[in-house]
Design a protein around this ligand. Structure first.
Ligand SMILES: Cc1cc2nc3c(=O)[nH]c(=O)nc-3n(C[C@H](O)[C@H](O)[C@H](O)COP(=O)(O)O)c2cc1C
Length: 205
């Protein structure tokens, strides 16, 4: 199969991984028909038992990658006891993958509040309705609670739940993978030691 994207080389890879991410994210936003911002998030317990799931990237800049969720969900509980996490993006149309590792911290309440206000009312009520990751007796229980809350907040602003908000993953490694022919893919790994400059290495595919 012909590669759909040009290869990555020392010459065309940006020395700043966030700029490189921005270029690829922009390209993915144009090329991927569905949810280019969908990303796999892996977390682990204190003992290192892993779990992973998809979330949506809502913001990024040189301080990190932001997603929103329920702080009392399984991922929230794991992140409270172990802040190490990993993200994987996969963009099929471009044959690209980005793997990110780092540590996570909560965004400010102001930042969560500002994002929560941009969400549709139904999603706001949904966040209030669902004790994410807990066992629920039936779908009807959820739907009843949703309708109750809809009625309760009619004509009023829906408050940001105390247990809901954003996390920012501050990266210590970011790897860019470009699919190439004959399995000779390009891989460039950026590594940062305790907030210092980024080192860039080519990895074998
Ligand atoms: C494409 C996609 C995007 C998702 N985005 C989010 C998200 O941004 N935040 C979230 O809490 N859950 C999101 N989910 C649901 C999660 O994958 C997961 O089911 C939920 O967060 C509970 O995970 P946990 O029990 O491991 O904490 C998404 C699921 C899919 C398939």
């Amino acid at each position: 199969m012909q590669p759909k994207s040009p290869g990555l080389t020392r010459k065309n890879v940006d020395p700043n991984p966030f700029k490189q991410f921005e270029q690829w994210f922009q390209a993915a936003s144009e090329a991927e028909p569905v949810l280019p911002e969908a990303v796999s998030l892996a977390t682990a317990t204190r003992e290192g038992r892993l779990s992973s799931r998809m979330v949506l990237l809502k913001d990024f800049d040189e301080t990190g990658f932001v997603f929103y969720t329920n702080y009392e969900s399984r991922k929230g509980i794991e992140l409270a006891e172990n802040p190490n996490a990993a993200l994987v993006f996969y963009w099929r149309q471009l044959e690209r993958q980005i793997c990110i590792t780092g540590t996570v911290s909560r965004v400010s309440r102001e930042e969560s509040e500002a994002y929560f206000r941009t969400r549709p009312r139904g999603s706001q009520i949904g966040a209030l309705t669902s004790p994410q990751s807990q066992v629920v007796a039936s779908r009807e229980v959820l739907e009843r609670r949703f309708q109750q809350l809809m009625a309760e907040y009619e004509g009023r602003e829906i408050p940001l739940p105390s247990y809901w908000g954003g996390y920012r993953l501050s990266p210590d490694t970011i790897e860019f993978w470009q699919g190439r022919s004959d399995r000779l893919h390009d891989r460039f790994l950026y590594k940062r030691q305790s907030g210092g400059p980024w080192q860039l290495e080519r990895l074998s595919p």
